[in-house]
Ligand binder design. Structure first.
Ligand SMILES: Cc1cc2nc3c(=O)[nH]c(=O)nc-3n(C[C@H](O)[C@H](O)[C@H](O)COP(=O)(O)O)c2cc1C
Length: 217
């Protein structure tokens, strides 16, 4: 097993997979790690739907591709201003990688859907609803735990949500009841490339101490 900190730093979006299998045992190990994630009031609101059947994967891939193409067309038509050419190139590289995944999603060894009920867990008092934040805050830690555990096993993953515009279709193909939202779809497989530390802006540039705007600890 790799060191936890190194595992965190080298967990990044992996979208190209070899055709080596991922075993049910390995998937269960990742789910076990996901299960250990924190959630509001320990509500553990998520369920998993693991897709390994090639026919189901193909159907999901078709829906994913459709939503991806729509997103890409819209996104390319309204690109943000890039500060530098390097920023633009980094964005385009990420887009090409995302496009590759959209064209090859069914090649992932497994697709894992994270389901959350579309409910409001906030209680009410005499003054009304006592907001505790969105339910999604209680599922993405589980998704990240899953991805980190996969990394520990040498398995690549990427959190995706681009299918959201086709949520109804996706639910239908997977027999997911309407009360659930598919909060993430995580393809997994043995990476074709190597794991590595992805570029990010330095933490200091986005850190404030004690008061917003104060950069010194
Ligand atoms: C909320 C969220 C949604 C994402 N949706 C998608 C997606 O639909 N398709 C995709 O290919 N990548 C998706 N990603 C992956 C991001 O593009 C990726 O994490 C980011 O570009 C950083 O990649 P890196 O760690 O390899 O640098 C998503 C990531 C997050 C956190």
């Amino acid at each position: 097993m790799i060191d936890l900190y190194e595992g965190i730093l080298t967990t990044r979006a992996i979208r190209r997979y070899t055709d080596e299998p991922v075993t049910v045992e390995e998937i269960r190990k990742c789910l076990r790690a996901a299960q250990q994630a924190p959630s509001g009031g320990n509500s553990q609101p998520w369920q998993y739907l693991v897709i390994t059947d090639p026919d189901v994967k193909r159907k999901v891939a078709e829906i994913y591709r459709r939503s991806y193409r729509r997103w890409e067309t819209a996104q390319l038509a309204s690109l943000p201003e890039f500060r530098t050419d390097a920023d633009r190139e980094a964005f385009m590289r990420s887009l090409r990688s995302s496009r590759y995944l959209a064209e090859h999603l069914d090649e992932a060894a497994a697709l894992v859907a994270f389901l959350v009920p579309d409910v409001d867990l906030a209680p009410s008092d005499a003054d009304g609803r006592v907001d505790i934040g969105p339910i999604y805050a209680s599922v993405y830690p589980a998704v990240q735990n899953f991805c980190l555990a996969a990394r520990a096993l040498g398995i690549g993953t990427v959190l995706t949500t681009v299918y959201w515009s086709e949520m109804d279709q996706l639910r239908r193909v997977l027999d997911v009841p309407e009360r659930y939202v598919i909060a993430a779809l995580v393809p997994m497989g043995r990476p074709r490339g190597a794991f590595g530390v992805a570029p990010r802006r330095p933490a200091e540039t986005v850190t404030h101490w004690n008061r917003f705007g104060n950069r010194e600890p």
